[in-house]
Ligand binder design. Structure first.
Ligand SMILES: [Zn+2]
Ligand SMILES: [Zn+2]
Length: 131
């Protein structure tokens, strides 16, 4: 399969390449995303597990009943979030080598959004995305 885009962690010990378009792209204001990024929100492109290839070792912790958060054990960068009951992974947009690769279409956990961020730019959900 062809590589469409590449990226990696801050120290380059973990690298990835994506070989298909994402299923969806969204921004998340939840407390876990805020804390793991140390930022006001997280932005992720969601891919089918088979469409992203990683090199380098990651470490993981269970962030909820449904998901594990993987990170680079050398530099601590967020690598991806993997769902335990679905073959999808969330890859952070900030880890891609280029800018402008994808644009988020929706925002999750808007009740945790910083008040200084603009509203009404894309579809907003107060909490998680409805099924
Ligand atoms: Zn690293
Ligand atoms: Zn989140």
């Amino acid at each position: 399969m062809n590589t469409l885009h590449e990226g990696g962690c801050a120290c380059a010990a973990v690298r990835f390449r994506v070989m298909a378009a994402p299923l969806r792209v969204g921004l998340c204001h939840c407390m876990t995303c805020r804390r793991i990024h140390g930022s006001a929100f997280g932005v992720y492109a969601v891919f089918g597990r088979a469409d992203v290839e990683f090199s380098g070792r990651t470490q993981a912790w269970r962030s909820s009943a449904e998901a594990e958060r993987h990170f680079c054990p050398v530099c601590g960068s967020v690598a991806f979030m993997a769902y335990l009951d679905s073959p999808e992974i969330d890859v952070p947009l900030g880890a891609f080598d280029e800018t402008g690769v994808y644009e988020p279409a929706y925002e999750l956990w808007c009740r945790r959004r910083e008040p200084w961020l603009p509203r009404g730019v894309r579809t907003e959900y107060e909490e998680d995305r409805p099924e």
